[in-house]
Design a protein around this ligand. Structure first.
Ligand SMILES: [Zn+2]
Ligand SMILES: [Zn+2]
Length: 192
């Protein structure tokens, strides 16, 4: 997922005891399945691990600043994100059916194989789930001109030459043979 590893040896935590770890590794980016997100600030975490017999409970906070594109004008935005890590690490039962593990996973229960836990995925996940569906550089961002692509935030009053050159009638005739492309063009005008 990334070059970031946060391995913690929990074998030293006594039963009933806790271990607090914190740090701010300066990662350059976070890889997601669909994008590479540059970081504008260290990925800082503060996590408390507590032990109850063979179980380990993880609770903590994570924060960073991501470079993220505005959904309307594509300008890069400094997006401050903070999230929570919460998980339970359990010793695997003697015999476990694979499917069972996957179900438990959804409830933040993880079966550990060794007493060195790599918490990096938990930390990255905590950040990724907090990214809003739609990031805007500012609430009133005007976006891009759907005809020529000029950033409408930068131009006080945009009189688009391309838009003017395409009168509605001509546009309709020009697009008629491409009914499906017509739909695509309209989609592009919408916010993403
Ligand atoms: Zn914008
Ligand atoms: Zn334009």
């Amino acid at each position: 997922m990334s070059e970031f590893i946060l391995a913690v040896d929990v074998s030293k935590i006594p039963d009933g005891g806790t271990l607090e770890i914190e740090g701010d590794p300066s990662l350059s980016e976070i890889e997601t399945p669909t994008a590479t997100l540059p970081l504008r600030a260290p990925l800082s975490y503060k996590i408390r691990l507590s032990r109850n017999k063979e179980d380990f409970f993880l609770f903590g906070t994570v924060s960073t600043v991501l470079e993220y594109p505005c959904a309307r004008c594509l300008e890069s935005v400094d997006l401050a994100v903070s999230g929570q890590v919460e998980a339970t690490y359990k010793k695997p039962p003697k015999r476990v059916v694979e499917e069972e593990i996957e179900l438990e996973d959804l409830e933040n229960v993880i079966y550990y194989e060794a007493l060195t836990l790599d918490l990096s995925e938990r930390v990255i996940e905590a950040i990724l789930v907090e990214i809003p569906i739609k990031v805007l550089c500012k609430e009133e961002c005007k976006g891009l001109c759907p005809y020529c692509g000029v950033d409408l935030n930068q131009v006080a009053e945009h009189h688009c030459e391309i838009e003017a050159s395409v009168s509605p009638g001509r546009l309709f005739n020009a697009l008629k043979p491409f009914a499906t492309e017509d739909r695509d063009t309209n989609d592009n005008k919408n916010d993403r």
